[in-house]
Design a protein around this ligand. Sequence first.
Ligand code: TXA
Ligand code: MG
Length: 343
Amino acid sequence: ETQRLVVDNNVESEKSYTQAVNLLAEGEIVALPTETVYGLGAVATNEAAVKKIYSAKGRPSDNPLIVHIGTKEELSEYVDTISEKAVKCMDAFWPGPLTMIFKAKPNVFAKSVTAGLDTVGIRMPSHPVALKLLQALGMPVAAPSANRSGKPSPTEAIHVEQDLAGKIPLILDGGATGVGVESTVLDLTKEIPVILRPGAITKEMLEEVIGPVDQPTHIEQEQGAPKAPGMKYTHYAPNAPVYLIERNKQIVQEAIQYLQTKDYKVALIAPAFFKELSPDWFFSIGNTQDEMASHLFHALRACDSTDAQIVLATATSTEGVGAAIMNRLEKSAGGKWYTPNNK
Ligand code: TXA
Ligand code: MG
């Protein structure tokens, strides 16, 4: 049985934290909110505990996990060198949605955390529940997103329940997460740092602090430029196929009408101002880039509670957090774009 405990300022939550800390310390796995998405945590030095994450998620074992820490000071216990650029990034963006890849000290983390690499991804989250839990526990916590592998990442406790009920003992429910897309993953082991996964800490923000940063596009990554190990797997996919489509009302309306005459039931994921169109289901993701990031995974998940046979999702600019939005959308669509002749 999976327990879900609400932890916020309106409820007496000390007991819930104690329960979560005890479970983790005993080698169990616990779902917790971060400012990006919900994570599924285990003590990062406990191999048996970390293995439970992979089996609960159905995650391939060659895809390494991110280690979460509760203080900046402890970083030097886990990695040998902290470059000047890393220090600048920590000062500017921690706690927050930035994961940095470091050369790991040998034999600190459980083998499954790094999936056999000599590097490790580390971040200090800013969500008050995650921070409080990490600081109370006093140990690093490995945590991937708390979804079944392949599904959109969870931005609400209910999403974790949908995917992992019965497979984990506890979900700390801190409400909706906020940022809505996973942390930026920055590889600082390269001469020019490389963004392996775009997120809310954008290329523009990083460059202001550390100078030039590479951000290969999704397509460049597919073609063999630097890769985050998990990149090759299907991600963020609802049951129905997703197609990207130009963010143009007339083009979208024509697509909907055409598909409906072919007897397809159509779900549309688009900004709020598309609401007067007539898909079978409409999932608004708000209007600003920040709102879109925050609502995207909820919308992708919501498609699975419909009978939609096809999902159209409008594209957005790749400026700022738009790069993260398009990265997730391209993955959920498997790179497919709607054109009037392909369906
Ligand atoms: O926002 C987040 O980062 C969330 C929350 C829970 O903190 N976590 C998360 O974890 O998204 P996960 O496991 O779903 O994604 C980890 C990403 C993967 O793309 C993985 O390949 C990459 O980080 N990664 C982890 N360790 C790495 C390493 N040593 N080198 C390169 N990429 C690494
Ligand atoms: Mg994930």
